[in-house]
Design a protein around this ligand. Structure first.
Ligand SMILES: [Zn+2]
Length: 271
């Protein structure tokens, strides 16, 4: 999958719908945010065609179905209408900042006998339901679960958007319009999801503050700065020396042991 010319491209599984009501482009440097939603609808196809309608005052950039199928309604450089009255991080009216991703999901369900019913009447079996407390609520309710495929595809799309637009923030609709909105709800692993995606650069070079490491080289020079041009400040550290990593810079660690100084990070294993 890739984003070319404002649209998702892929060999298959992507349907483009026309949504001519959305015409206004994002300002320069935007979008920088992704808002995750659920459709509270019957199917991805029905939700996507509804949101694309000219007489409907809502839309989203994409709708992701339960098999991972994608409908794109609005190009990524154009503002869609998914957030409504909203506020987050000192901003209001998030549509002007954010890509909207809708996931096909029935939302809150009501238990009736052994089945679970959505507001629109469809019934779901226990396998597709979780009982959980929403982050904005205090007691548990029944929620339609998401499929693994759907979350994987959502993650892949977000990864592409992060690369393309330098997205810094992923939020749930429930976080930008608390009280008014409940989506994507507790069935969506929002915290882990954004942590994995947005900290990716840092996971490549993880935050090693206070990590415990051990010298692997037989003798490892410890220096006054991050580079071989800096003077050695003590006798070399021997293999097996335990160190605390304080800082990382361009292939070097500032470590603390009996002395404190810089060592080449490739000779330290983190415990
Ligand atoms: Zn929403």
């Amino acid at each position: 999958m890739e984003i070319t010319n404002r649209f998702l491209l892929s060999g298959d599984n992507i349907t483009r719908l026309s949504c001519p009501k959305n015409k206004i482009k994002f300002k320069a440097g935007l979008p920088d945010t992704i808002v995750i939603h659920y459709t509270a609808g019957r199917s991805a196809e029905s939700s996507a065609s509804y949101l694309a309608r000219d007489d409907v005052g809502a839309s989203a950039h994409i709708v992701i179905g339960r098999e991972g199928e994608i409908y794109q309604l609005v190009p990524f450089d154009t503002i869609a209408w998914h957030a409504g009255k909203s506020a987050y991080g000192g901003r209001t009216m998030l549509n002007q900042y954010a890509i909207g991703i809708e996931l096909d999901n029935a939302g809150v369900l009501t238990k009736i006998g052994n089945e679970y019913q959505a507001w629109f009447g469809a019934k779901y079996q226990a396998d597709d339901v979780m009982y959980a407390t929403h982050r904005n609520e205090t007691s548990p309710r029944y929620w339609h679960t998401y499929t693994e495929k759907q979350i994987d595809v959502c993650s892949e799309v977000c990864r592409l958007l992060i690369e393309k637009f330098s997205v810094k923030t992923i939020v749930g609709h429930e976080e930008i319009a608390p009280g008014r909105k409940q989506d994507p709800g507790p069935a969506f692993p929002l915290d882990q999801f954004r942590e994995q995606l947005l900290l990716k650069n840092e996971t490549d070079e993880p935050n090693l503050m206070d990590a415990q490491g051990e010298v692997t080289a037989s003798l490892l020079n410890i220096r006054a700065g991050a580079g071989i041009s800096f003077e050695k400040i003590a006798k070399p550290l021997v293999a097996g020396t335990k160190v605390t990593v304080l800082e990382e810079r361009e292939g070097w660690f500032r470590v603390q042991t009996v002395v404190e100084g810089w060592v080449s990070k490739s000779h330290i294993t983190i415990k």
